[in-house]
Design a protein around this ligand. Structure first.
Ligand code: GZL
Length: 308
């Protein structure tokens, strides 16, 4: 934004609709599809032309897409980064071109904070803390270990790193909680089932808790738990993150014990940010989406309003 004088922005504001180049990381989960729909819908309503690219989990493809947006001379670039590291070079190229960047959903790990205008997305660490606090409240202290298995999201992504740390910090005082296994299952249903089957084969009835970084992996894991002959929500306490309709259904059926909300509907926030930038206004460096937790008591009422 500092590259373009106010009057230049003012004239472009009057002359034509803003163009937003959006590099979406993939289509791996129901959350991601809801996130994409929210952004495309919000752009349409606001008459902002959207140049969209789906990188299907590839950072290389995201970087290529961003380079293409620079060639197209879009007014603003938004990136939902698949992983946190490796972004400095391309962000420096974009800064050289004088195009403002908004980071959406996951974050980038860059030393030079001037490489992007704002990061709009959840506080993933808080999500992990909420999950951990639930476990501390649910399980009275005991001598025998309480075995936890963890399905991690995409390695090196902000939600995977921060949700893992948040839970660990929240249960740190409880020496009875013990991680039996923790593995990446890439935020997908298929991998979630595959890895949970492995956990059950190796750890069986020692598993008292499943902590899963997203609902899609959880849905796969529930199938594995039932096929193994255990009752999810009873034999194994299940804690998951996102808050998709399908997870809330399982929550209302008692197969999940807690759903920590991660709000994918970032479209309105992003489009508002694009408009502010286009008017030459500055933005807060960090815009955090507000989120809740859902229990078996609140599942049914929440389901009614869920659009994804
Ligand atoms: C979190 C988002 C994660 C979701 C997953 O904001 O990046 O990626 O939790 C999605 O469902 O795949």
């Amino acid at each position: 934004v500092e590259k373009q004088p106010k009057e230049a922005l003012a004239s472009t504001t009057l002359a034509r609709e803003p163009v937003l180049g959006f590099s979406q990381l993939g289509s791996e989960s129901a959350w991601r599809l809801a996130n994409t729909n929210s952004i495309t819908e919000a752009a349409k309503i606001a008459d902002i032309r959207l140049s969209f690219n789906n990188a299907e989990q590839s950072q290389e493809k995201q970087i290529e897409a961003v380079r293409e947006f620079v060639k197209q001379k879009v007014d603003v670039i938004a990136i939902a980064p698949v992983v946190e590291t490796g972004w400095e070079p391309i962000l420096r190229e974009v800064k050289q071109a004088g195009i403002p960047v908004v980071i959406i959903d996951r974050n980038v790990d860059v030393a030079d904070q001037s490489l992007y205008v704002s990061h709009i997305g959840s506080d993933f660490y808080e999500e992990g803390k909420k999950a951990g606090k639930y476990l501390v409240d649910k399980f009275p202290k005991q001598i025998a270990p309480i075995g936890i298995v963890e399905l991690r999201g995409t390695e090196g992504s902000t939600p995977s790193i921060a949700r893992g740390k948040g839970l660990r910090d929240a249960i740190a005082t409880r020496k009875d909680f013990r991680f039996l296994a923790s593995e990446n299952a890439d935020f997908t249903v298929v991998k979630g089932k595959e890895v949970m089957k492995k956990f059950l084969a190796e750890k069986g009835k020692d598993i008292r808790v499943l902590y899963s970084h997203n609902d899609d992996m959880t849905l796969g894991a529930l199938e594995a738990i039932e096929e193994y002959g255990l009752v999810p929500g009873k034999d194994i306490v299940v804690v998951t993150v996102d808050g998709t309709h399908k997870a809330l259904e399982k929550l209302s059926e008692g197969k999940i014990n807690l759903v920590v909300e991660c709000n994918p509907l970032l479209g309105p926030n992003l489009i508002q940010a694009v408009k502010e930038i286009f008017k030459g206004n500055t933005l807060p460096k960090r815009i955090v989406t507000s989120e809740n937790v859902f229990t078996q008591v609140t599942a049914a009422s929440e389901m009614a309003s869920r659009t994804y």
